[in-house]
Design a protein around this ligand. Sequence first.
Ligand code: FE
Length: 199
Amino acid sequence: MSHELQVLARIDDLFTRFGTTAYEGGRRESVSALEHALQCAQLAEWAGAPAPLVAAALLHDIGHFCEGVAGDDIHDDTHEQRALPLLGRAFGRSVLEPIRLHVAAKRYLVATEPDYAAGLSPASVHSLALQGGPMNADECEVFEAEPHAESALLLRRWDDAAKTPGKTTPPLAYYLSLLGDLAVGQAPARTVVAAFDAA
Ligand code: FE
């Protein structure tokens, strides 16, 4: 099996084994981890995001299911970094970087948009403190200079919105096929989107 296919099989396996866990570790969020991932990817598609950013939206939290330091109520789990070694075997920076920066994007938005913090879920507010709180001016400047900062900010907004109980989305298989196309350098077929838009 090629290493790209191995990565895809691993992603499928992680979502199958852990996708039913409550999003954000059971902190009273109302969707499962898989529902959250699918909704995030769907919002990216609806916004007309390029395929690598749709992939990033699907995969942004998969680090929760990968090996690493276990987070708890007082320790951040650094989940935005934990999947990067795996994903880097199949995908480029346009997939990896928005994932790596999606926590930084939250810290940036809290620092720069007065209303942003008010819209965060209680779980997100709690993790914000563990992740370092709002960025200071120097950190904001560094973030803005990141080549994928804009994509990370877009991903962050879809992430925050991807928590609707019972929402209809395409199945995981649809996004796995998009990932498969991306991993081998093909433009993914996107025609199925319109059908789901109408649902
Ligand atoms: Fe998320």
